[in-house]
Design a protein around this ligand. Structure first.
Ligand code: ATP
Ligand code: MG
Length: 298
């Protein structure tokens, strides 16, 4: 069955040249002009089907791998998006890692260490729920966190964020040159929608566990976080490792854009099932003969 084509929706939110990027240009409440739930559902199903078909080849071919990075304010929907978008994919081909506040062991290493250990194997999709980008987001908003990193004090200068961006860009170029396709997603939720979602975490007993007082404190620093996100995207959106700035006030739309972005990226690779050579064909024929002989002997 031929795969349905991309709707081209994800492209609108792809940033490959950070210099021109302004966060203000992306509206968290956007819905791509899709009015009917039914149309949204059909598009999401098509995106997930394309993704699932491509992932089978990715895994079998065992050459490329895909690194998906998710960053967002709390309650923007990282977990739900990962769950829905990956719902059609064989779990054996996917590796998900969540990065929380760093442990004492992690703080005793360079800032790329803990994520480097979790990079996807060839043929796999690796998902980072938060990532080394926390360094230019939460740590930038709370520069006092640098104090816990055991850095030689002379290295903590005004230039540190510029240096972090250079190091991240160089690291991602290295990954891409090694056959790891890097896609970065910022789920862009509005402050008003975050408030609604926090309130529903308080109202609904089943969601209480998700609520954390610390999240409300960070919300108080909203404009600092938005400035840090904007600068991070401006400094690290490249052709080889694009950011997708995904409107996140409508969960269904977020999922749709993310599924399409991943499916589009996979469609751009030369994914093929491994070819069966003459020796392998002989092996298959001989296996068939053995199995058929079994049936005749009964
Ligand atoms: P999430 O908030 O991602 O849904 P969670 O609520 O289960 O997950 P938390 O315990 O809140 O997990 O962990 C995430 C917190 O860890 C965030 O506040 C994040 O900013 C912080 N964090 C992640 N990486 C770093 C880092 N390198 N330095 C400091 N704080 C970090
Ligand atoms: Mg949290």
């Amino acid at each position: 069955m031929p795969a349905s084509p991309s709707s081209g929706l994800a492209e609108r939110y792809r940033v490959t040249n950070g210099k021109k990027f302004k966060l203000h240009d992306i509206k968290p409440g956007a819905n791509g002009g899709i009015k009917l739930k039914r149309d949204a559902r059909a598009l999401l199903a098509a995106g997930i089907a394309r993704l699932s078909a491509a992932q089978k080849k990715l895994y079998a071919q065992d050459q490329w791998s895909l690194l998906l990075i998710f960053q967002a304010m709390d309650a923007a929907g990282k977990d739900g998006t990962i769950q829905h978008v990956m719902s059609g994919v064989n779990p054996q081909g996917v590796q998900v890692y969540s990065f929380k506040a760093p442990s004492a062991e992690e703080l005793d290493h360079d800032f790329l260490w803990r994520t480097s250990r979790c990079l996807p194997e060839r043929g796999r999709i690796g998902i980072f729920n938060r990532s080394y980008y926390e360094e230019t987001l939460v740590v930038r908003v709370h520069p006092e966190y640098l104090g816990a990193q055991h850095l030689p004090p002379g290295l903590i200068t005004k230039r540190i964020w510029k240096e972090r961006f250079e190091d991240i860009n160089a690291f991602e170029r290295y990954l891409v040159r090694n056959g790891i396709v890097v896609l970065k997603f910022f789920l862009h939720v509005s402050k008003a929608e975050q408030r609604r979602r926090f309130l529903s975490r308080l109202d609904e007993p089943e969601k209480n566990w998700k609520f954390s007082a610390a999240d409300v404190r960070e919300r108080g620093l909203w404009s600092d976080y938005m400035a840090a996100y904007e600068d991070t995207i401006r400094q690290t959106a490249t052709r080889y490792a694009p950011w997708f700035v995904v409107p996140a006030d409508n969960k269904w739309f977020t999922r749709l854009v993310v599924a399409e972005a991943i499916a589009d990226a996979l469609a751009g690779l030369d994914l093929r099932f491994p070819e069966v050579d003459a020796a392998k064909r002989k092996e298959l024929a001989s296996a068939r003969a053995t199995l058929e002989a079994e049936e005749r002997a009964r």
